[in-house]
Design a protein around this ligand. Structure first.
Ligand code: NAP
Length: 242
């Protein structure tokens, strides 16, 4: 990852789970990481934990469902750090309800966070990379849920699968769009299966661990952070798209 030492990564959903762990890993490897999330106190804790590492962590409160807050965050990065080299679109969630009798506010929360928030953050990162003609990297933390509907949770995950299928299509569409504009920005979709040691189920309103998750060994956030590091370590002639 030598090319990215001292460069700037924006990571959405940096206050917990996978996003917090990716943030730690990139700071340890010398990057300037700007962590975005709603829970500022969590970001401040992370900042303290990382104060002796070779890179730096900056915490910015930002609700990814709010365009103005996203614009403010990217403006801060531009003014204070010069611009964005890497964007990790990690903020995401599931909200337990159904499709057949569902709560539209929960559907909207999921779609606004997982799809529209990701699109707005991506747009702002591309603008910044384009302006400075950098060979940037945009990584979407997608899910196996973006490749297939998992029957064991289909009755409670409602629009989550559709939101992650959308993320996969958005990555592919962006890749073509950037190639058409001859921009040297790589786009990668990382799709984990179930990841333990996150707040994903609790944040979604689950009161118990789904049966299929019990008594099995699953991924941990460090595994996903390692995948991000690998993707960022690839030379210019290697493009890991999925
Ligand atoms: N855990 C899994 O099994 C799994 C598997 C595959 C893919 N994924 C994906 O991995 C990503 C991270 O999930 P996780 O498992 O690490 O869950 P998590 O522990 O619940 O973390 C989710 C993160 O997203 C942030 N977030 C949620 N809504 C936000 C909003 N409106 N604005 C800004 N930040 C927001 C949260 O921060 P605040 O609450 O502080 O805002 C938190 O930092 C998601 O995209 C998820 O779909 C998870």
């Amino acid at each position: 990852m030598e090319n990215y030492v001292g460069k700037v990564a924006v990571i959405t959903g940096s206050s917990a789970g996978i996003g917090a762990t990716i943030s730690k890993e990139l700071v340890k490897r010398g990057m300037k990481v700007v962590g975005l999330a709603r829970r500022l106190e969590r970001l401040e804790d992370l900042k303290k934990q990382l104060s002796n590492e070779s890179g730096q962590f900056y915490s910015l409160q930002c609700d990814i469902r709010n365009e103005k807050e996203i614009l403010n965050a990217f403006e801060w990065v531009e003014k204070n750090l010069g611009g964005v080299d890497v964007l990790v679109n990690n903020a995401g969630l599931m909200q337990i309800t159904t499709l057949s009798d569902g709560d539209i506010e929960k559907w909207k929360t999921v779609l606004d966070t997982n799809v529209l928030g990701l699109c707005i953050a991506t747009r702002e990162a591309v603008k910044s990379m384009k302006k400075r003609a950098v060979s940037g990297h945009i990584i979407h933390i997608n899910s196996l849920a973006g490749h297939r509907v998992v029957p064991q949770v289909a009755s409670t995950f409602n629009v989550y699968f559709a939101s992650k299928f959308a993320v996969r299509a958005l990555a592919e569409t962006l890749r073509f769009e950037l190639a058409h504009s001859k921009l040297k920005i790589k786009v990668c979709n990382i799709s984990p299966g179930y990841v333990e040691h996150t707040e994903f189920l609790i944040a979604g309103g689950a009161t118990e661990i789904p049966e299929f998750v019990k008594n099995a060994s699953y991924l941990i956030p460090e595994n996903i952070a390692e995948a991000v590091v690998y993707v960022l370590s690839t030379p210019p002639n290697v493009d890991v798209s999925d």
